[in-house]
Design a protein around this ligand. Sequence first.
Ligand SMILES: C[S@@+](CC[C@H](N)C(=O)[O-])C[C@H]1O[C@@H](n2cnc3c(N)ncnc32)[C@H](O)[C@@H]1O
Length: 291
Amino acid sequence: MKIAEYIQQMATRLDSANLCYGHGTDNPLDEAFYLIYGLLGIHFADEQAAQRELNAGDEAILEAALKRRIDERVPTAYLVGRAWFAGHEFYCDERALVPRSPLAELINGEFEPLLHEPAGKILDLCTGGGSIGIATALLWPDCEVELADISRDALDLAKKNIALHGLADRVKVIESDLFDTIDSRYDLIVANPPYVSLKDYDDLPAEFVREPALGLISDDAGLQIPLKILRDSVDYLSADGLLVMEVGYSHPQLSKRLKQVPLLWLEFEWGGEGVLALTAGQLQQYREQFN
Ligand SMILES: C[S@@+](CC[C@H](N)C(=O)[O-])C[C@H]1O[C@@H](n2cnc3c(N)ncnc32)[C@H](O)[C@@H]1O
């Protein structure tokens, strides 16, 4: 069978399996394309590949992966072992969440209109596999980036991604419970922390339960970790530093909790929500509110 034909067939089978998309694609056709090209190591821009015939070995690999995608609800990014974020390729496996933050759009837009020049020293807090910090390092060739996470497993994956992009000289990992072992100041802190309440976690589709719960759940209706980051970031920012943090669909709850704080919620053309930006000055001014 030709790859083009198999893509259509796989998309139909995915479509009838009642799956959840949200780990890199949002429809069965793109998911089939991702699974097939990803597993066969075909470049997504290879226009000739669709006319190639699949051999029996290829089909066996693809059928086994499709079975796991449907029966076990494993996200395609984990089956392929690769994810794309802000236009860059990353290793991706069960040690960290599948990268999918709307921060990709901000990075590709060079953080405009929040910043008008590259930040020198950057912290990616709650980094997981490191995609946000590494994509930022790739954007600005002179910056230094630290990737912090409480999970040693996630940091091992982040180290693989640092090596993949040849960034070992200016991107480092730090094992830390939020800021506990951090002792620098940064021009920019980017964070995509856990922000899902326990109650919401129980209702998530099975694909999300395949990801580490440590990366998703936060107490206090999802707000405990984001509020701690808001409270403490100012101690780790330079005087004109900036915090950019994603709280996703928890943003209405956070706004309600922080009525006195002028939270700036960014808008995204490619979709996604719940990313805020606050300057070091604002974090200091409203610090009391974050307790
Ligand atoms: C939502 S995931 C984000 C991963 C990555 N930044 C991304 O966007 O794909 C949150 C990450 O926070 C980490 N984490 C959870 N609690 C933490 C804590 N107290 N201190 C530091 N990292 C924490 C998890 O291990 C997980 O990797």
